[in-house]
Design a protein around this ligand. Sequence first.
Ligand SMILES: C[S@@+](CC[C@H](N)C(=O)[O-])C[C@H]1O[C@@H](n2cnc3c(N)ncnc32)[C@H](O)[C@@H]1O
Length: 312
Amino acid sequence: MALLQNPVKGRYRGVSVEAARKHYDLPDDFFRIWLGPSLAYSAALWQPGDTLEQAQDRKMDYLAEQARIEPGQRVLDVGCGYGTEVKRLLEKEGISEAVGITLSQTGADWLAARKIPGLEVRVENWADHRPVRPYDAIISFEAFEHFARPGMSQRRKIAGYRAFFEQCRSMIAPQGRLVVQTITWGHRFPLERRWLSDLSMAAKNYPECNPAFLSEVVAASDGLFDLVAARNDFADYSRTAAAWVRNLDADWEHSVDLVGLKKTQDFKQTMTAAVRAFASGWFYLHRLTFSPVEQPTKPARHFLVNNVIGRF
Ligand SMILES: C[S@@+](CC[C@H](N)C(=O)[O-])C[C@H]1O[C@@H](n2cnc3c(N)ncnc32)[C@H](O)[C@@H]1O
């Protein structure tokens, strides 16, 4: 399989290391307080009556099913955080090898110290990743929001996302699956000053982040991957953020000791805004499953389809 030499040349490589570390390189125990013992920093998949941990487990079962995980496989996790997903795939699903890449040194050090058999953790941008062999599956949970920054044109956003899909296409086995979970922009938007100011506060907490519109993700993957399953679970993010706020409230003083009052308040305000933002559909939460096309093509055959074939 020919691996692409430099698919991102001239294109946006995502959030800077400095900005990512500003958000993620905080004490592990601070994240444990509000994310809970799974340390999963992404929306869970809820059923009525679930605890946060049960809902996080359900998300990971869904991911394993969508990625068609089987024992003995080799899996890449782009944006592995504290390794919640890869750890589970190794321990519960019996995959033999996992590579987790992240920009956060703190999370990577924590994960490497667990010495999980079969796991390689790398502090690396996906754009620089050069695997020795293709992967049977690639997963990426809530890293995609970091692949565009505020103020980018739609064209530039799509070009950057396309570099990601080209890179994934070059690293995946022909029968492999790519599973992406990402926050996307919803079709509603708040106009009240109070919510707008909360959202701008949230943007400061996540520097250089700008979610995609689903249409941008689809345009960027066109001709490289087929989108074979999609669901939009924005209410699940609202419920996850509400659980995070409850956890933070329950151990508030400990959090203040670890990161200070200002940061604890900023996280609470951001997550409280998220409860409302996702419940209201200002943001969506897409879980997308892609299958690589056999022969990659350029995107946008729309002219041909609409203006030539479509005329008959
Ligand atoms: C919100 S966390 C999600 C972590 C994990 N997937 C989970 O669900 O718990 C986003 C992760 O994406 C990583 N990330 C963001 N941009 C990246 C890039 N260009 N290359 C590799 N990792 C990236 C961050 O370092 C962080 O580990």
